[in-house]
Design a protein around this ligand. Structure first.
Ligand code: DGT
Ligand code: CA
Ligand code: CA
Length: 574
């Protein structure tokens, strides 16, 4: 989508400006980029229908941003960006992906060593040219090398959050194509895995050739790996591959089961079939040459002595055994979440007002929305001090009391996302925290502490009577930063003791806790909350990604406090 293209350029402009030490302006570009990235509607369509005026009506888009969007829609380029890029011709996007390397450091490396891309950077680090530079040192050089290694490991995989909207779009298009009778996504996308290698799509059609023609002629296709009557593969502009298979009706369920995977799940399933004297393949379940199941997934699992299970569970992590014993968990459903406890308003530099956030949440069918603005340690993000927090609370009370503004069955909750300082203390006074409906605490600095210190830091925070929730508990950033070193078992024990809730952060860049840790938390009897960490109202839609991870971690409604009735949840938080 063109929204994404422009957002990407805005992010880069922000980085170039930050590189030159320019204040505030980068932030405006980042904000506009987030807005574009999360906008539901196509910006080109908005512009065509409402012109420049419609652009200016979008929150976060001012005159200068509207100019640039207009320019890009008309000419396919933004001259301002071109001029910045010409002055410092480096691959900024690639370089700052490396953890610990920001735009300012990238500039130094370019000026001193001519580092323009990731390859140059790796060469410079390996030959120890970076450590002697002023402000860098051996530790930084080592961190850069580690960062590059991390990037290499996650290369070629895409974020589920980036892929899912695109998959939905193409499925919709194919569904409306008259030769398509039935369609489903399979593979890791159907299992809602946090990162995706390629997209697998299955179709029933009597006219495969027409479907294939339609598929390979999608906009954005840069390469056709193969085109046949049963399978075609394409590559899209940004390197994402999609496979499409056309199948006969009688084996659609078998194919769906097979291509949903995971591979490990399939291998275990095939063994069970063999033990029963059967043969399982993507064409069906066979006894000798006779097909005994294949039309639906349900009948295949049933014929194998099992009950059907959600794709999110299919990782061969015990789900097969549980299914045979009919002891599968009743995992949380996509509609079970009643509200979101982690969102940021414009009080702390987020994009939207309290009212705008609330209205969006009401539209999503929520009973409540928790506003958890940043507190003072994060000054760059306008973290609130005690006084400002009080003012914001007053405003929330006002909104709640006026049913003309908000729907009377809906409530805004007063929260904050506080910072856990190095010693585990919280960056804002207890008296302030006591006035809130709930308190989130998270680590936003000093990620590279030794394991024991980091564990103690978090334990100290959990022991604070006012802290209810730990946000993004392991600190990972997908494709960018590993979890910090922490004794997670110990964290779970203390969380259980203190009644602290661990967050399943649904932001597509985090998804933290991950499925494995969710499972461990559940087994330890620790309660969790699925939160989006929205800095823009449209990001409230990330909830789906968090729920998916909860499902992958076998979590049930009882494990997730924002699936509970509001009163019960608030009581638990107190
Ligand atoms: P990805 O694309 O890396 O995110 O992960 P998947 O799970 O989508 O894997 P992909 O696209 O290679 O294959 C789709 C499904 O096809 C996979 O989940 C299970 C099935 N499959 C692929 N290769 C094998 C195999 O060698 N044996 C079995 N039993 N199934 C396989
Ligand atoms: Ca795949
Ligand atoms: Ca594939």
């Amino acid at each position: 989508m063109i929204n994404q293209e422009i957002a990407k350029i805005f992010y880069e402009i922000a980085d170039f400006l930050e590189m030159d030490g320019i204040q505030f302006k980068p932030y405006a570009y980042q904000k506009a980029a987030i807005t574009l990235e999360t906008l539901e509607e196509d910006i080109e369509k908005i512009y065509k229908q409402g012109g420049r005026k419609a652009l200016l009506e979008i929150p976060g888009i001012g005159e200068s941003m509207a100019d640039k969007i207009e320019e890009y829609l008309k000419s396919g380029r933004i001259k301002y960006y071109d001029s910045l890029k010409k002055r410092t011709p480096i691959n900024m996007e690639e370089l700052i992906q490396v953890e610990g390397l920001g735009p300012k450091r990238a500039k130094v490396l370019y000026q001193k060593l001519g580092v323009a891309n990731l390859k140059d950077l790796e060469k410079a680090a390996i030959s120890h040219k970076i450590s002697p530079l002023f402000g860098f040192g051996e530790k930084t050089e080592k961190n850069i090398l580690e960062g590059i290694e991390f990037l290499k490991r996650s290369k070629g995989r895409f974020l589920l959050g980036d892929i899912l909207p695109r998959v939905k779009e193409i499925l919709e298009k194919l569904k409306n194509f008259k030769e398509v009778e039935e369609i489903s996504v399979a593979g890791s996308v159907r299992r809602m895995k946090e990162t995706i290698g390629d997209v697998d799509i299955l179709v029933i059609s009597k006219n495969p050739a027409k479907v294939m023609d339609f598929f390979v002629s999608q906009p954005g296709v840069v390469k056709i790996w193969g085109k046949g009557s049963t399978k075609s593969s394409i590559r899209l502009k940004d390197g994402l591959d999609m496979d499409l298979r056309v199948l006969p009706k009688r084996s659609y369920g078998a194919a769906l089961q097979y291509f949903t995977g995971s591979k490990d799940h399939n291998i275990a399933l095939r063994k069970i079939a063999i033990d029963k004297g059967l043969k399982l393949s993507e064409y069906g379940l066979f006894r000798g040459s006779k097909i005994i199941a294949g039309k639906t997934e349900e009948e295949i699992y049933k014929a194998l002595g099992m009950v059907w299970m959600a794709p999110e569970l299919r990782e061969n992590q015990g789900e097969i055994e549980a299914s045979i014993k009919n002891e599968l968990p009743k995992i949380v459903g996509y509609k079970d979440v009643r509200g979101d406890l982690h969102s940021h308003s414009n009080w702390d530099g987020g994009t939207n007002t309290l009212e705008e956030m609330a209205k969006y949440a009401i539209n999503m069918g929520y009973e409540y929305l928790g506003i958890s603005d940043h507190t003072k340690f994060l000054r760059i993000e306008h973290g609130l001090d005690e006084k400002k927090l009080d003012q914001r609370n007053k405003k929330i009370d006002e909104l709640n009391s006026k049913s003309s503004i908000l729907n009377s069955n809906f409530r805004l909750l007063k929260g904050a996302e506080t910072n856990i300082l190095n010693d585990g203390s919280i960056d804002i006074r207890d008296e302030s925290l006591k006035k809130l409906d709930y308190v989130i605490a998270g680590i936003h600095s000093n990620f590279k502490m030794p394991r024991e210190k980091m564990t103690q830091r978090m334990i100290n925070a959990m022991k604070n009577k006012n802290v209810d929730i730990i946000s993004h508990p392991t600190g990972r950033i997908l494709k960018k930063r590993d979890e910090y070193e922490i004794d997670f078992d110990k964290i779970l024990r203390v969380a259980k003791e203190t009644g602290t809730i661990l967050e399943i952060n649904a932001s597509p860049w985090r998804l933290d806790l991950d499925d494995q840790n969710i499972r461990r938390a559940k087994e330890a009897g620790v309660k969790m909350v699925i939160n989006t960490d929205s800095h823009h109202r449209d990001q409230l839609r990330f909830m789906e990604l968090g729920i998916a991870q909860a499902r992958r971690g076998w979590a049930e409604k009882g494990d997730i406090i924002n699936c509970w009735p509001l009163e019960k949840m608030l009581k638990f938080l107190k």
